[in-house]
Design a protein around this ligand. Structure first.
Ligand code: 13P
Length: 249
């Protein structure tokens, strides 16, 4: 059985003082223990999140990581630092990082392996643009990303790997993929994992959907067989709505 995982990607939102308020609220929420709840604040607030969420079941994730442990990489944060802090998840290959920061599959692949090497769980984001979907190229795009970004990952590691299918046209737009379309792509991703890494890996890997997930559509999305969770931006920035997402059942 795959445990459902609802992760809030705060993106570049919430200053230190604002994060303190939201994390204090999250700390006091009644959350369903059968669901893994994760918050991914900006790096500057990770230590604060670890501190304030101590004693709760809410896990902490980073929004990015470098692939090297240390060195002359101004402005970057290493997977070793994240491990040292007790962070458990790292979002990698988000479409915003691919688009605005020029991250390519090769670099993302290297980060995925580095993060796994530090006992952290990558949340690998993949997804197509609207143009690609309209040209019937969505699956080709996702296949390319999955195969390139996970190349060389050991099949045994897939109990730690999370994949987030985030169609770019659905991010922050209010347009959600229909639950059936999301399920179709998530089932395809599981099939790709089976082809490339074997049946056991495909059974273990958790696949999230992301893109305008809200309290009012989360249950339908989560009812699908191959969707094990959601990666949520906007709707995770407010405690009550975050609680409704985690308690989707
Ligand atoms: P929204 O939920 O704001 O559409 O963002 C989705 C996303 O990009 C999560 O990583």
């Amino acid at each position: 059985m795959r445990k459902p995982i609802i992760a809030g990607n705060w993106k570049m939102n919430k200053s230190y003082s604002e994060a303190k308020v939201l994390l204090d609220e999250i700390k006091n929420l009644e959350l369903n223990d059968d669901v893994e709840a994760v918050v991914c604040p900006p790096h500057i607030n990770l230590a604060l999140a670890k501190e304030l969420l101590k004693g709760t079941n809410v896990k902490v994730g980073a929004q990015n990581s470098h692939d090297k442990d240390s060195g002359a990489y101004t402005g970057e944060v290493s997977p070793a630092f994240l491990e040292d802090l007790g962070v458990e998840y790292v979002i990698l290959g988000h479409s915003e990082r691919r688009e605005y920061f020029g991250e390519c599959d090769k670099f993302i692949n290297s980060k995925v392996k580095a993060v796994l090497g530090h006992n952290l769980s990558p949340i690998l984001c993949v997804g197509e643009t609207l143009e690609e979907r309209e040209a019937d190229k969505a699956k080709d795009k996702v296949k390319t990303q999955i195969e390139a970004d996970l190349e060389g990952v050991d099949a045994k590691e897939f109990d730690k790997v999370v994949i987030a299918y985030e169609p770019i046209w659905a991010i922050g737009t209010g347009k959600t993929a229909s639950a059936d379309d999301a399920e179709e792509m998530c089932a395809y991703i599981r099939e790709l994992i089976k082809e490339n890494f074997g049946e056991e890996a495909a059974e273990k890997v958790r696949i999230q959907y992301g893109g305008s997930v809200k309290p009012d559509n989360v249950s339908e999305i989560m009812s699908k067989e191959n969707i094990d969770g959601a990666l949520v931006g906007g709707a995770s920035l407010e405690a009550e709505s975050y609680q409704a997402l985690v308690n989707f059942k």
